[in-house]
Write a protein of this length. Structure first.
Length: 87
């Protein structure tokens, strides 16, 4: 029962926030300026997110490549040690 009441309040809060945003952005006097500022900030934010995503992927790739290279070196070192023991 308590969970149902909490869900109703969450829905009510979402509807209220959506209504407030609509009033804020659809204002006849300053709405156009607000929408333009929001669009500019959204473009800037999305460009930053894209740049950070590229950096994150590159960094992850470098970590994977470094780990693979280290594993390869260790494998080669172990094989060399085995050949030295046989001699």
């Amino acid at each position: 029962m308590a969970r149902t009441n909490r869900n109703k309040w969450m829905i009510a809060a979402g509807v209220a926030a959506g209504g407030a945003a609509a009033i804020y952005f659809l204002d006849r006097e300053r709405g156009h300026t607000r929408r333009a500022a929001f669009a500019t900030k959204a473009k800037h934010w999305s460009a930053n997110v894209a740049d950070e995503a590229v950096k994150s992927v590159r960094d992850s790739w470098h970590h994977v490549a470094g780990t693979a290279q280290q594993a390869w070196i260790n494998l080669a070192r172990n094989r060399w040690r085995e050949t030295q023991r046989r001699m």
